[in-house]
Design a protein around this ligand. Sequence first.
Ligand SMILES: CNc1ncnc2c1ncn2[C@@H]1O[C@H](COP(=O)(O)O)[C@@H](O)[C@H]1O
Ligand SMILES: [Zn+2]
Length: 358
Amino acid sequence: MKAPTVPNTSFVDKEFGGVDQLLEYCKALPKIELHAHLNGSISPESLRQLAEKRLAGTVGEAEAATGALSVLEALEWKDTFDLKDFFPMFKHIYALTNNMAWLVFIVHGVIKDFEDDGVRYLELRSTPRDDASTGLTKELYVQTVLQAISTSPATKISTRLILTIDRRHSPEVAMQIVDLAIRFRDQGVVGVDLAGDPYAADFDCKHALLKAKAAGLKVTIHLGEIENREAESASMLEVRPDRLGHATFLSEQLRAHVYEERIAVEMCMTSNVLCRTVSSYEEHHIKEALELDHPSILCTDDKSIFASPLSCEYALAASTFSMTKQQLFDLSKKSIDAIFANSEEKTRLRGVWDTWAP
Ligand SMILES: CNc1ncnc2c1ncn2[C@@H]1O[C@H](COP(=O)(O)O)[C@@H](O)[C@H]1O
Ligand SMILES: [Zn+2]
């Protein structure tokens, strides 16, 4: 795993005693992860294992495995992305995660990775999908992911699921996903997300998101990921989402609205800088949000694609904005306020933070 770029080494030396100590502190710190796409969070080792098993299969399977292995190879040297060629990569990952046994394997692996990195509460998000070649349906997908969450051997982390609507989904499919979220809400689904390639399709699922809200589910939306989408962002905000992903490009008026309404923002610094929607860590919009004490949660987005676990995101924030250990602790503890689980879970988690000793 690549180490994070630490822009302010002299600060790090003074407060932490060096980059290694900073990383160690950030790993030990209990953390909340609220923006992690399942298929973007699978470790390269797990993907390689799945691909190698498939290489020995049918011609079609071997082709899928070769595609995935070439993505893995490319990721080893890639250090910037273009949003336009980022999304097609998932096709190759999906070819490895389209059967139920493998889904369980990857969910167990992803939860363990987050636990090992010090995450104590995780909201995983994933897009239910069908695959005729393996008999996978959206419903089975959700059931399988939930079953994997409940059978995960990890004991120090609790995990919930958010169902993702892809922008390319029709309004009918979006509604189907909301209906699945409602159906499985007592089994660990806490909300609905809107994600996917922001260039690929316009926002077309307002009714579905409003239905989710009306049913008492929480809603988070990838908002303002690219420039010049003011009308779309305004329309998305009319849904009254409970959280926002990124919120990078917003007019002054919309940003003021987000601040006034105190809508928590899931901040993915590495993802934004590597995808070049933010020009540098120093200029990331989390800077202003932190100065205004606006609810902000550090998140990974796709930790295996961007090679940055959550502890690295904390280390980056600390070194970029000269944050002290106490400030990092407060930031991670305040993230509890924004989770989609109920108040008992929030109280339980606050107890974990209050009894933590570095
Ligand atoms: C750069 N940031 C991003 N912006 C928007 N959507 C993203 C994303 N990163 C990932 N996804 C969405 O998550 C899916 C993969 O996980 P799941 O199949 O759902 O588990 C991708 O296909 C894409 O739709
Ligand atoms: Zn995302």
